[in-house]
Design a protein around this ligand. Sequence first.
Ligand SMILES: Cc1ncc(COP(=O)(O)O)c(C=O)c1O
Length: 449
Amino acid sequence: MSLGKNAMDNRRIPFSPPDISELEISEVCDALRSGWITTGPRTKLLERRLAAYIETGRTDIDCETPENTARFTSRVVCLNSATAAEELNLRILGIGPGDEVIVPAYTYTASASAAVHCGASVVFVDIQKDGDPVTHMPEMDYEKLESAITERTKAVVAVDLAGIVCDYERIFGIAERKKNLFRPRGSDGTPLGSLAACIQKSLGRVAVLADCAHSLGASRLFHEGKRRCGAIADFSSFSFHAVKNFTTAEGGASTWVLPPEVDGGEVYRMFQLLSLHGQNKDALAKTKLGSWEYDILGPWYKCNMTDIMAAIGLRQLDRYPALLARREVVIKEYDRICDRLGISHLCHHVPGSDSSNHLYLIRVPGISEKQRNEIIEKLAGRGVATNVHYKPLPMMTAYRALGWDIKDFPNAYDYYRNLITLPLHTKLSDDDVAYVCDSLEAVIGETRA
Ligand SMILES: Cc1ncc(COP(=O)(O)O)c(C=O)c1O
């Protein structure tokens, strides 16, 4: 399609609308009519289906058979956000005041704020200059990560930004090399404290946490074969927020991969307790005739997923492989125009690594922050909504107040300065994609003129 025609058609390209079909709508109506709208059978089924997907890559496994129910139960816990998942991951690890959690400077606040909620100190680490040399993803500078680990470090949070999986083999290698500095916490005698102490002792090194908010379905090749996000790090957190590839409106999930001496069923039970007031019976169990009595085991939190949210997720999961495939088609078109215009972009699919195609980040060589903002405004003038992922955390008021300064993170600033995120979603028609490409070419041409 030619630019002349496109430029005149008053198109509006939103940045990331949810893709909700009649299937999700009908499942939500069924949930509403079922008489059970909070955490219940749909949430439990979604947990099992997500576990099956993470292990096998398949979304069509019948997780209601007794065999698959046994196989996939208590492996994933669904919650009301990734932020809650991250916080509960840290709490189950027993991380709190006096502990340090290492987080890349280049990420969304939730990667860091969860540690702050637990009373721990965040330690930011800069990214590699221009990101990973192959994918261009703004990954941590691993040498800096290694030297940031101290006797107080309890966890490192890696962020699979845009859906591209970090180099976990390298991160685990660093954690192992630094294990002589690791001081596992002791048990305080409570069930949570005992579980946390058992996990820290069995890991014997800083915990590796994956912020998988963007990366459901992404995978990376390891020595022993391909592994999907959720089955890589010690603990992982997913986001099902409305702008994510896979949505439950708000929502999230945690998964864990722990040494055999840690009882996975116990970890799952602790997530249930932490997410539901520390109450030893959930709402479903309490409604059983004569079963009213319950205990409160800890003064904990409230961040469970409802069956209405899970209803959206069940039908999204049916559609997920097709949604990922459509995103990949859009990415290929964007790759083509960016390569032609000499614009650096993320490489979502490279040997040994397949992304979940969540965000398309581009960096325009040689432009200033001001010129970047002008490009965003000009694209907006043509109806194309773009975004910036991310303004580094040391530039934000909350983290500046904690003493962080962007001057100490030159690679993060440099990456952000000329970065634009293009609209990438499944509501884009082929025509829309051509329009975005044409608009980008025209606006970049004006900037370079
Ligand atoms: C990298 C990253 N981590 C965590 C989150 C938090 O997700 P949620 O909104 O589900 O808490 C987001 C949200 O956009 C994110 O982008």
